[in-house]
Design a protein around this ligand. Structure first.
Ligand code: TXA
Ligand code: MG
Length: 316
């Protein structure tokens, strides 16, 4: 089992020696290693059981460090960085040769982000190299939002999980890139599209459904709680099923099933709260007695867009 704690010095030593560890961010927990060290990157792919065609995000704590990784930061990227970093936004930029092809799966752009978590910012400020960090879950499974989630699934394979408590946002970062003057959103996430548009004007949302050359990892089937999941009118669907073996993830309402079969995302109907809870809710449904999960779409606005995206992929 991994040790869980807040010993930043120890984590620095492990990372400097080429090891990989669990780290907290405001979005989800990451499985971190030296982004400039091919052996560390290979370890990440192997611990996650992730195909190497699915590239990784490089995390730093400052623009000064980030400019060493990318050829240039275009004006719109600067504006977005100014507005949202540290925070749940990842930006695709042309990479310098110092960035291993293994990190970007051979693509010309590298995904970069300054995360907003005090422990991880402190960690990053104490190391010279950027950290590659995909979400710390086995490939295809639900992303982790607590140190225990990481322990539960990867604890046998890594030495340490830095414990930063529950993730404040609960959904992965929004990913953006540029085609000429146009800003493209490749993954819906913790930074709302509406907020991005306030900074750079209208964006194009190009979230893939099957395979997208710009973001090959955003596979249609992901975030799988390991059961059949049905989206739609919960009440109606429940009437045709056995409530004992049915799990329910609802936005605001309770249903006639036992507490262990129910997760209400936000009784107050708050989308930020729902975002914080969605991955724990999917995990909660991963119990042997549950055969089917029922859920429903949330309002398609703000973080609701990203939550609906995760539900859709979990249901594939
Ligand atoms: O919030 C987050 O972004 C979390 C925390 C730990 O920072 N990380 C995360 O990483 O969600 P991951 O690996 O689970 O998802 C990263 C996504 C993948 O879908 C991948 O395909 C895409 O980013 N990506 C990474 N590098 C890319 C690149 N160079 N071009 C296009 N897509 C890229
Ligand atoms: Mg992931």
């Amino acid at each position: 089992m991994a040790e869980i704690g807040i010993d930043i010095r120890k984590v620095k030593a492990l990372l400097s020696a080429g090891d990989v560890v669990g780290i907290p961010t405001e979005t989800v927990y990451g499985l971190a290693g030296n982004a400039l060290d091919e052996d560390a990157i290979l370890k990440i792919y192997s611990v996650k059981n992730r195909p190497k065609f699915d590239p990784l995000i490089a995390h730093t704590d400052s623009l000064a460090k980030l400019v060493k990784l990318v050829k240039e930061i275009p004006p719109q990227a600067h504006e977005l960085a100014q507005a949202f970093w540290p925070g749940p936004l990842t930006i695709l930029l042309e990479k310098k040769t110092v960035v291993p092809d293994l990190l970007t799966s051979g693509l010309d752009r590298v995904a970069v982000r300054i995360p907003d978590h005090p422990l991880t910012l402190e960690l990053l400020s104490g190391i010279e190299f950027p950290l590659a960090a995909p979400s710390a879950n086995p490939f295809g499974y639900v992303s982790p939002t607590s140190a225990q989630h990481v322990q539960d699934q990867l604890g046998e394979k890594i030495p340490y999980v830095l414990d930063g408590g529950m993730c404040r946002v609960g959904l992965e970062s929004t990913i953006v890139g540029f085609e000429g003057e146009e800003v493209i959103v490749y993954r819906l996430g913790g930074t709302k599209v509406e907020a991005i548009e306030e900074v750079v004007g209208k964006v194009r949302i190009q979230v893939n459904e099957s395979s997208n050359p710009a973001a090959p990892g955003m596979l249609k089937s992901h975030y799988s709680p390991g059961r059949k999941m049905i989206l739609g009118d919960i009440e109606k669907n429940l009437s045709e099923l056995n409530p004992k073996t049915t799990g329910i993830i609802s936005f605001t309402e309770s249903f006639e099933v036992s507490d262990e079969n129910l997760a209400v995302l936000s009784t107050a109907g708050d989308l930020e709260e729902a975002a914080r809870n969605i991955f724990s809710a999917l995990r909660k449904m991963d119990q042997p007695h549950i055969e089917v999960i029922l859920s429903e779409f949330l309002p398609q606005e703000g973080l609701g867009k990203a939550i609906n995206d995760r539900l859709r992929r979990a249901a594939v």
